[in-house]
Design a protein around this ligand. Structure first.
Ligand code: ATP
Ligand code: MG
Length: 605
């Protein structure tokens, strides 16, 4: 197999922002300048020392990986990790691997596998060195992991422990107290090998014994007190079926996965910091034994993303879905990648977010408004404008028939983008009409205006944006006193864009849609899912702070260009915010829009 060359970056043309340095970039740059990994070979697929030995030098300067467990949908925290790992590989001439960490036989599901593949692609990344390459699977390395375990036993670095789980836990000690050696610790390698093979051959019950690394029961790092590395577990694995009844522990499997894939920089979140000594210990032993190549991958930790008003625990997100607090994993209020996508987030906005928040070594909270700001920034010059009336109130132009002609409809036009990006073709203008009756927002009329109110009230004039100047004359009410229509007169010769139209000065322009060509649309107005900025911090019951008003559905009236939206198309509803035509429910016959983000930050208030 020939070694693949790194693929050029995708989907990054629109991202033109400075990339601040960070500690991970500095580590990589140091390794590159010292040539730490320059002599690595790559046989075109993962494998042990022998597999890579005869191959050419690795054309990838670095190798990183994103190793999700396929046990749930990815969320905004994973998006940070994806952008980080794939972004570093891209920026330094490397390759990032997508690897399913599927060593736990109980938890995997193809639904999750597919959603993870989709999410990484959608974010704009290719993996494993070629477009459409298959993701790697940790379970493909079970044979090697087993062989490595036998090697550790033979070299006196591992033993089978037949103590019960409780005995082992009690003997492990704690921070202040060193552990106590197991009575099985000094078995000979030959005895251990017999027992380990018996474990593999199904001679013992689940949980009857484990294989442990033999390191140091007095280590100040509890993870180094002879950690378990293999356990007996009778479970059918989605990839290997019933081949195995013993499975490697995560802490043992992960360094091996990295090493077989010739990963150079294994980047993970801070909770794995205490595992690093074992990561290094294991790989050093296997290099000594000639099973793996030097230099080994190195683990580097960064602080996970904590975002205000958001929870990212998979278990808690699953609970929101299961108990119907949201409509599914892709509910637009969910912080999952499918949820964010349905909400109107773009890959570029999430990449921008990941760059902007950077990486650090200490935990902190990122303000949700930072995420929203990135979406606004991305959509500002991309999302076509349109007028939508979210709380419609009818306005009747009482002199229209006399001035304009009975039932006349006057064509109007406005640009799709006020500032079209340079170098791109200017999008076609929007066309709509104005007639005797138009829809306006309820709060754009006030019978008795408060001080400073500049919109419609009896005697005041405003411009209907892209249409005419009108002067309010009053309103109509029903028997209960509710306003049913606003009355106004059109000022002739003031149509936007016609000569002399600006001679009549007004203090405000309001948005509107004509009754004649407006289209009813379902608009889903989303707000934060939780009222507490740290919904699950320090063991809080996150359900207690669910926002009862996180979704409000209104029937809006939208201009014709909006009704023709394609699913997933984003718009700026003028004066309201950015909206997306729902990916699943929107049709041109029955338009459905989701609020992606308002025009201004409302989170700080
Ligand atoms: P679990 O709780 O099921 O272990 P997890 O969030 O650790 O879930 P994984 O599928 O193991 O999920 O994660 C894949 C990768 O994403 C890991 O490398 C992990 O470090 C990273 N990751 C997960 N959550 C975050 C987060 N909030 N911020 C940054 N990276 C994250
Ligand atoms: Mg995990």
């Amino acid at each position: 197999m020939s070694a693949p060359t790194p693929t050029p970056p995708k989907n990054t043309a629109a991202l033109d922002f400075a990339k601040p340095s960070n500690f991970l970039r500095q580590i990589i740059e140091t390794d590159l300048s010292k040539g730490t990994y320059a002599k690595r070979r790559w046989a075109g697929s993962p494998g042990d020392a022998q597999h890579h030995a005869a191959a050419a030098l690795d054309p990838a300067k670095i190798r990183t990986r994103f190793p999700p467990e396929p046990n749930g949908y990815l969320h905004v925290g994973h998006a940070k990790s994806i952008c980080l790992n794939f972004g570093l590989a891209r920026d330094y001439g490397g390759i990032c691997h997508l690897r399913f960490d599927d060593t736990n036989p109980e938890k995997e599901d193809t639904e999750y596998v597919d959603s993870i593949v989709d999410a990484v692609k959608w974010l704009g990344f290719d993996w494993n060195g070629a477009p459409d390459a298959a993701p790697y699977q940790a379970s493909d390395y079970f044979d090697f992991m087993y062989r490595a375990a036998e090697y550790l036993i033979e070299a006196g670095h591992a033993y089978v422990d037949e103590q019960t789980f409780e005995q082992m836990r009690a003997a492990r000690g704690d921070f202040g107290k060193p552990g106590v050696d197991s009575p099985f610790r000094n078995r000979t390698p030959a005895e251990n090998l017999v027992q380990f093979r018996a474990m593999r051959d199904g001679k013992y019950e689940d949980g009857a014994m484990v294989l442990r690394a033999k390191i140091d029961m007095a280590s100040p790092n509890i993870n180094m007190r002879d950690p378990a590395i293999y356990r007996i577990r009778r479970a059918t694995h989605h990839n290997t079926g019933d081949t195995w009844c013993i499975y490697p522990m995560y802490t043992y499997a992960h360094p091996i996965e990295d090493a077989l894939e010739q990963i150079t920089h294994s980047i993970c979140t801070l909770e794995f910091e205490d595992q690093r000594p074992f990561y290094d210990w294991l790989l050093e032993r296997l290099i000594e034994g000639g099973l793996l190549d030097a230099p080994p991958p190195r683990q580097h930790e960064f602080a996970r993303l904590n975002l205000t008003y958001v929870i990212t625990s998979k278990r808690k997100l699953a609970q929101l879905v299961r108990d119907h607090h949201v409509s599914g994993w892709d509910d637009p209020r969910m912080p999952t990648i499918v949820g964010l996508r349905r909400r109107g987030y773009t890959p570029e906005s999430l990449q921008l977010f990941a760059e902007r928040i950077g990486v650090s070594k200490s935990d902190s909270w990122i303000d949700y408004s930072t995420l929203e700001g990135c979406l606004r920034e991305d959509l500002e010059n991309k999302a076509h404008r349109g007028m939508a009336v979210l709380n419609p109130l009818k306005l009747v132009l009482t002199n229209w028939d006399d001035v304009m002609g009975k039932d006349h409809l006057e064509p109007c036009t406005l640009p799709a983008l006020p500032h079209p990006p340079e170098g791109l073709p200017e999008p076609a203008a929007r066309h709509f009409t104005i007639g005797k009756e138009v829809w306006i927002e309820q709060d754009d009329f006030c019978e008795v205006p408060p001080k400073g109110y500049k919109r419609l009230y009896p005697g005041n004039s405003v411009r209907l944006k892209g249409g005419y100047v009108i002067t309010c004359s009053g309103c109509e009410k029903d028997a209960s006193g509710t306003i049913t229509a606003v009355l106004a007169t059109v000022v002739p010769d003031t149509k936007s864009g016609t000569p002399g139209s600006e001679t009549v000065k007004v203090k405000a322009a309001i948005t509107w849609v004509a009754v004649a060509d407006g289209v009813a649309a379902e608009v889903r107005l989303y707000d934060r899912l939780f009222l507490d900025a740290q919904p699950d911090a320090s063991g809080k019951d996150f359900l207690a702070s669910l926002n009862p008003a996180s979704l409000k559905v209104v029937t809006a009236i939208v201009e014709p260009s909006l009704a023709r939206a394609r699913p997933d198309e984003k718009f700026q509803f003028e004066r309201h915010g950015y909206f997306v035509a729902d990916r699943l429910d929107h049709t041109q016959d029955k338009p459905v829009f989701n609020l992606a983000v308002g025009l201004k930050d409302s989170w700080g208030k």
